[in-house]
Design a protein. Structure first.
Lengths: 257, 257
DNA sequence: CGGTATGTTCGACCATGCTGAACAGCGGTC
DNA sequence: GACCGCTGTTCAGCATGGTCGAACATACCG
């Protein structure tokens, strides 16, 4: 581990978590480093375009270079490229919002967002992250990971976001077992009150889950007795098709129908 | 300048420019570094989530952490936050695509994209970059920068993207003078054949241009004799309103009407 | 099976990164 | 206007962390 690169990354992480800008002294305090150390790292990051300084206040913020990298990440994402058309078709077919996500540490991050056709004002959620355990997208991926990785994730704190969020490893394991058995994860108001999600994992050529695709929307609409099976089937079929596009082995990871 | 942080940033830059994934040997060659050096940097970046390795091929690619930072950059952008509603209104009023951009090195980067209402399939361009001199968004910002910064930008190569791209410092200075005089930059098929742009700068509380807002679309529609003055006025008015929202001094930077 | 090219590991060396101390500038208070 | 507190910035000495040559392990190809 190269210490100074790790420190620079932690600075970027701090600048990216909540406060739009931070001062040298504040960053030094948060990271437990000397001010000249932080200052030197910031200057280098600034020269690279990853950070910029507000001249008037002296405070630092993320720079446009990170957006450029984020965009490049999306452009290079094979999962996203291969999902987009099928996600659009799914959104049209089901008349629901469709998201594609990947696991990033203990969260699932949206890499593609297909709007519900005909809806009014919607906010693009690409780049947004949700704790994996509180979302169908996240549960769908983790359910198919190797045991060691699942254990690792379950050993970390499982934060409650609503009153319905499952936060004990036992309860989350149950949800994962169900997702594994059915091939589809269902989440009912664990991330947001009123919202639910249904998602299925997507596998790559090696048979490993690399992401998931799912619908998100009002729980009373998605989890209606007649809707849920239909939505689940459509999501699973789309996930399988994307997996095939990515070269996944037949039934690789997925439950046979 | 901290060398190892700079090297790490250059690795990210290489991974973000074209090829979706690169090997250690290829990166070492491009950067003129030893393979163990690159390997160590990649390992650290991987632990930070900014890079990930394809286990099957051994190659490295940008990781989800960069998308998270890109998203955080957008979330923290005051220019973007204060532009969004006015950009939407402008797109509705003019029935055109509206972009908001910021200068990033020698390019202008789209930080907000408002779709043309009613259009069919559109690609979100947030994060996309265009050479500043070949776009109205870029010219609108640079026209109001201090002379020293303008000179610096003009001393760099001015690449041609179409047959109409102005590439000599003299020609670009003329375009900048016109943008300065009128308060609005107009670009006719310099970035893309068939497309034009009309943009105005946005100023912050210190009176410095921090971005621009403009319309982009087919040249024959935007630059029609009756359209152009109407679009220019609406874009300029919107830019002024956003500048006021950002606390810019009255007529700060903008030309008085 | 041999050759080639890759990613990875190891350890010695020295160049770089780190930090305490000090300074410059700014805003607030009296 | 002087003083104080706090910030970002600079400097130089020192210790450590980063670099890289050499070697190795692995995979692929003919």
């Amino acid at each position: 581990m190269i210490q100074s690169v790790d420190r620079a990354a932690r600075i970027l992480h701090e600048l990216g978590s909540g406060s739009p800008s931070l001062g040298v002294t504040e960053l030094a305090s948060r990271l437990g480093l000397a001010k000249p150390t932080v200052h030197g790292l910031l200057r280098t990051l600034e020269q690279c375009g990853l950070v910029s300084q507000d001249i008037a206040t002296g405070r630092y913020a993320l720079g446009p270079g990170v957006l450029q990298l984020g965009n490049a990440y999306l452009a290079g994402s094979e999962l996203r490229a291969r999902s987009m058309l099928r996600a659009r078709a799914l959104a049209g077919q089901l008349d629901e919002v469709v998201w594609v996500g990947v696991l990033a540490e203990a969260e699932v991050m949206v890499v593609h967002h297909e709007f519900r056709p005909g809806d009014g004002v919607q906010i693009l959620e690409v780049g947004a992250t949700i704790p994996w355990h509180a979302s169908a997208l996240g549960q769908a991926i983790v359910a198919f990971l190797p045991d060691g990785e699942v254990d690792g994730l379950l050993s970390r704190p499982l934060r409650a976001l609503t009153g319905r969020t499952r936060t004990t490893p036992e309860a989350v394991r149950k949800a994962l077992a169900s997702a594994f058995d059915k091939g589809v994860a269902v989440e009912n108001q664990e991330a947001n009150v009123g919202d639910a999600g249904i998602a299925a994992p997507v596998f790559d050529h090696s048979g490993r889950p690399v992401g998931s695709i799912g619908v998100v929307g009002p729980a009373d609409r998605l989890l209606q007795r007649q809707s849920k099976p239909r939505l689940s089937r459509a999501v699973l079929d789309t996930a399988r098709a994307i997996s095939r596009d990515l070269g996944a082995p037949s039934h690789g990871g997925h439950r046979p129908s």
